[in-house]
Design a protein around this ligand. Structure first.
Ligand SMILES: Cc1cc2nc3c(=O)[nH]c(=O)nc-3n(C[C@H](O)[C@H](O)[C@H](O)COP(=O)(O)OP(=O)(O)OC[C@H]3O[C@@H](n4cnc5c(N)ncnc54)[C@H](O)[C@@H]3O)c2cc1C
Ligand SMILES: NC(=O)c1ccc[n+]([C@@H]2O[C@H](COP(=O)([O-])OP(=O)(O)OC[C@H]3O[C@@H](n4cnc5c(N)ncnc54)[C@H](OP(=O)(O)O)[C@@H]3O)[C@@H](O)[C@H]2O)c1
Ligand SMILES: Cc1cc2nc3c(=O)[nH]c(=O)nc-3n(C[C@H](O)[C@H](O)[C@H](O)COP(=O)(O)O)c2cc1C
Ligand SMILES: *[C@@H]1O[C@H](CO)[C@@H](O)[C@H](O)[C@H]1NC(C)=O
Ligand SMILES: *[C@@H]1O[C@H](CO)[C@@H](O)[C@H](O)[C@H]1NC(C)=O
Ligand SMILES: *[C@@H]1O[C@H](CO)[C@@H](O)[C@H](O)[C@H]1NC(C)=O
Ligand SMILES: CC(=O)N[C@H]1CO[C@H](CO)[C@@H](O)[C@@H]1O
Length: 684
């Protein structure tokens, strides 16, 4: 046998080996008659699915960005491991509830509901809302439920969705078990609110369901299986299974990729233009333009763009080190029953899961410390964990105030020792799935039909705690800045606090691309161009208003003899250096021929007092009042906490004074404007 023959033979053996392995992998993926898999029906009937899977407790969540989902899963997990209940946990969107009143008497339901928009249910819960709001009196009289709402008290309709759910369910005769819990993001107490509510709820459940409590022990919901080699079925970080080499994307006759593009599948959009918007400051704000012409994505001015990030290499490496993980390990996850969903594309590699699928940076909860006690590397560390997980004040000082993420905190506690005994299953199940971030679109669909602009301020600041080195960094905004620097051929090595793999898995993102999808909003200009418009958007809050103004400019270019109503924009920045799109506004003014005016408040000019947008509103109160009287639409965008409230207060003041009415009545008028869509907020 000469060398060529040997080569051919080797190749043949390799090919057969891969082929056989493939079959094994395929078999593993597709076998669903295994004993560990419960019934796999696609039914939407929640009672049927519960029965088929032999469960005796139901946890449901209605979540927009995953917080409620995260709490629901933790709750379900803890119920199962402390009380040996058979808990089914699912997204409210997946089920119909017509016969929920037929649940067995000893099966209770716990709901986690977050609030969006203005006291609204999350997108996925619309059907559920329809159902409970129409349920007739007494029709849910056997249903026993507990309820935890997630909201933010800076919003007017605090926990609006959960409160509505409570009222509807009670009106239909259902019984609330324990207290109604409300988590408040605004006060930053969601975690503590949850812990308190959970403690009480567990006590009530123990009593009502006669449960025995035992020590919490982690029991995986998945069987984890190692695989030998990467083939076309293995995700190496693709944002959804559609982008695996083994799958085909859908195109229409115009060779345009067809969606739907949403949380289950993004479009891989080329980043066609990026630039820095700030000058001479140590902060950064990035303008990014995405080309969506290769897709059937349509957006409307005022919508949001979801950007799917990946984790920074520094964070990935540190995480792998803390848990002593091998990034090259290939694994598959198989749910123990059909009610459990695998949280990300699998089979995959540990490196891909850590980089693309898990939210490894960001604040951590006291709860996870409690769950980690069982895996502490030694007795000392175990004691420290127990102390911190049971003392909220100490946790706030030692962990939260120092902006530690999970890896930082654990390394600090163990003084650099790895936590090698934490099972991968635990990490995959406990750490939330990396979520896309939303940005207010700053272009207009009328002037930029197939290009979407966003305006994002980069989260990168020195750790406020003096004994921690380094900057606190946001995942997505630093990724956008990394792209901006690389695309414009600028140095990234020293100027970036963190770095990214910009090429993505299997070079999917090479040449500057990012996974995105559009989320519809209700933030819309009035359809009649003659209607006056008041816009208030300091900082990045100006983003959608750039879109609005460009929309009006384009509109005027297309139509003749149209009289635009007055459009007035209150903008605020620290000084001239962070004045966003400073050179564009005069141009828009000129083109809109007097119909557009911009009023600017600067808060940090040398030797001057702080001026905010709400101060400028007061200065212009006659004009603002006249515009409101003439049917103006009012828009507020940006910071939810201080700004939106400050602006609201100013407007109430103006109405109070100019109409000579009581403050309460003025607030009532604003409320009415809100309900009729004449007062719209896009705040975060
Ligand atoms: C409807 C909507 C519209 C939006 N529009 C815009 C817009 O137009 N422009 C814009 O710039 N933003 C906008 N945002 C905000 C945006 O979605 C992101 O939240 C923001 O850009 C930060 O994302 P990130 O991934 O960079 O930061 P993340 O990684 O999500 O971090 C969030 C924050 O946590 C801090 N942090 C990081 N690690 C820790 C830790 N261990 N402990 C405590 N804190 C930590 C970060 O510094 C940062 O401040 C909008 C949000 C919503 C909901
Ligand atoms: N939680 C907060 O207090 C707060 C405040 C602003 C922004 N943010 C968040 O920080 C991120 C970055 O924001 P950004 O860079 O776009 O904004 P920014 O540049 O920090 O702020 C823009 C302008 O708004 C001013 N401002 C601050 N507080 C205000 C208030 N209560 N009412 C009216 N104006 C106010 C700022 O003034 P000064 O900074 O000089 O006071 C500045 O002039 C956003 O995610 C935003 O939600 C949070
Ligand atoms: C655009 C937006 C609108 C919101 N509107 C409200 C609201 O009207 N009332 C409220 O209590 N919370 C509101 N919130 C806060 C969320 O309900 C809260 O952050 C919650 O923890 C999110 O949970 P989720 O990740 O499960 O969707 C809003 C948040 C955002 C981003
Ligand atoms: C149920 O109520 C909602 C309002 O919450 C309404 O929009 C919907 O049409 C109603 N559906 C039915 C089937 O009555
Ligand atoms: C809720 O409140 C916090 C203040 O703690 C604020 O920073 C944030 O922007 C608000 N909104 C959300 C969605 O968290
Ligand atoms: C850390 O943040 C400060 C303040 O924003 C900034 O000046 C500095 O450049 C940042 N460091 C890095 C490495 O980005
Ligand atoms: C664990 C992981 O994802 N590692 C990748 C980090 O990014 C570099 C490129 O920047 C890849 O080569 C690694 O495989």
């Amino acid at each position: 046998m000469d060398n060529t023959d040997l080569g051919v033979l080797c190749a043949l053996i390799l090919a057969i080996a891969i082929y056989l392995k493939r079959e094994q992998i395929k078999e593993f993926i597709s076998s669903n008659d295994d004993d560990i898999m419960a019934s796999n029906s696609d039914s939407r009937d929640v009672v049927q699915v519960l029965r088929e899977n032999n469960k005796n407790y139901l946890v449901l969540f209605a979540s927009q960005t995953g917080t409620a989902e995260d709490y629901a899963k933790k709750f379900a997990k803890e119920l199962a491991s402390k009380f040996s209940l058979k808990v089914m946990c699912g997204d409210i969107e997946q089920y119909d509830f017509e016969n929920i009143n037929e649940l067995p008497d000893n099966v209770f339901v716990t709901l986690f509901i977050s609030t969006y928009g203005e006291g609204d249910f999350p997108d996925g819960a619309v059907q559920f809302e329809d159902f409970i709001s129409n349920a007739s009196e007494g029709s849910l009289d056997t249903l026993k439920f507990s309820l935890f709402g997630l909201g933010n008290s800076t919003y007017e309709f605090y926990n609006g969705a959960a409160r509505k759910a409570l009222d509807y369910l009670k009106a239909a005769g259902a019984t609330l078990v324990g207290d109604f819990g409300q988590g408040d993001d605004g006060a930053g107490t969601t975690d503590e609110d949850y812990m308190t509510w959970k403690g009480n709820t567990f006590e009530t459940l123990k009593d009502k369901l006669h449960l025995d409590e035992h020590e919490q022990k982690f029991e995986p919901s998945f069987v984890l299986k190692k695989l030998e080699s990467i083939d076309d079925n293995v995700a190496v970080g693709e944002p959804s299974l559609h982008y695996l080499p083994c799958n085909k994307l859908t195109y229409n006759s115009e060779k345009v990729q067809v969606g739907p593009f949403d949380l289950s599948q993004p479009f891989i959009a080329p980043v066609v233009k990026t630039y820095e918007l700030f000058k001479n400051t140590d902060r950064n704000c990035i303008h990014t333009e995405f080309d969506v012409s290769g897709s059937n994505i349509k957006y409307s001015t005022g919508d949001h763009l979801a950007v799917w990030p990946s984790n920074a290499t520094e964070k990935v490496d540190q995480f792998l080190k803390v848990f002593n993980l091998d990034p090259g390990m290939i694994f598959d996850l198989k749910p123990l029953d059909s009610t459990i969903k695998v949280p990300f594309p699998t089979p995959t590699t540990v490196g891909a899961a850590v980089r693309q699928y898990l939210e490894i940076s960001g604040p951590i909860s006291r709860q996870i410390f409690g769950q980690l006690v069982q895996f502490a590397p030694n007795q000392d560390i175990k004691q420290k964990l127990i102390d911190l997980s049971t003392d909220r004040d100490q946790f706030a000082i030692e962990i939260t105030a120092k902006y530690f993420d999970l890896a930082d905190a654990l390394l600090r506690l163990s003084e650099g020792k790895p936590w090698s005994t934490v099972p991968l299953e635990f990490l995959v199940e406990t750490i939330p799935h990396l979520q896309p971030r939303y940005y207010s679109i700053s272009s207009s669909s009328l002037s930029e039909k197939q290009t979407i602009h966003i305006t994002s301020v980069v989260e990168n600041f020195p750790n406020p705690s003096s004994d921690v080195e380094g900057n606190v960094t946001g995942v997505t905004t630093n990724l956008l800045r990394n792209i901006q620097l690389a695309q414009n051929k600028q140095e990234t090595k020293d100027s970036m606090p963190v770095h990214y793999n910009l090429n993505g898995p299997r070079d999917l993102l090479a040449g500057f691309k990012l996974p995105v999808h559009v989320r519809r909003s209700t933030f819309r200009l009035p359809s009649n161009p003659a209607t006056p418009v008041i816009m208030v958007g300091p900082g990045t809050g100006v983003a959608p208003f750039r879109g609005f103004v460009r929309e009006r400019v384009k509109f005027l270019e297309k139509q003749e003899n149209i009289k635009l109503g007055k459009h007035i924009l209150f903008y605020g920045s620290r000084n001239q250096d962070d004045f966003l799109y400073q050179d564009e506004w005069p141009e828009y003014s000129k083109k809109l021929d007097g119909a557009f005016e911009m009023i600017v408040a600067h808060s940090r000019l040398p030797n001057a007092k702080k001026v905010y947008v709400q101060d400028k509103l007061l200065e212009r109160e006659d004009e603002v009042f006249d515009m409101i009287n003439n049917g103006a639409f009012i828009y507020i965008c940006g910071d939810a906490k201080g700004m939106a409230q400050g602006v609201h207060t100013s407007l109430v003041d103006i109405l109070t004074r100019k109409k000579a009415i009581a403050k309460e009545d003025a607030a009532e008028i604003i409320k009415m404007l809100k309900t009729t869509g004449r007062y719209q907020e896009d705040v975060w």
